[in-house]
Design a protein. Structure first.
Length: 107
């Protein structure tokens, strides 16, 4: 018997359909929130003036560089984001450099 699992994300702000999971940190705590493209853009714009003057203290590349292709939670976040962007990405194994670069640019 075949089965199909469908995962639907719900926008945490308004209950509508979410397109992506946005990850961010503040005061040493890490957060994630499922948002529509519009709400994700609003959140990024709200952070923009602060990010322009902030100092970067690491980032995703440093956290992923463990020699094995990255941490599982980072790979899941990348896959979820890529799927939300309509990109083809495998459920397991290596995530292409192209997908990683696009993810890094968006975050």
């Amino acid at each position: 018997m075949a089965s199909r699992v469908v995962t639907l994300k719900t926008d945490d702000l308004d209950g509508g359909e979410a397109d992506e999971t946005v990850h961010f940190s503040l005061d040493g705590a890490e957060f994630e929130i499922d948002l529509s493209k519009g709400h994700a853009e609003e959140l990024r714009k709200a952070f923009e003036p602060y990010l322009k003057v902030a100092r970067k203290t690491g980032g995703r590349r440093a956290r992923r560089s463990n020699g094995k292709g990255g941490l599982k939670e980072d790979l899941k976040a990348i896959r979820d984001w890529a799927k939300g962007q309509g990109m083809k990405v495998s459920e397991r194994g290596r995530v292409s450099a192209e997908v990683r670069e696009a993810y890094d640019k968006a975050h």
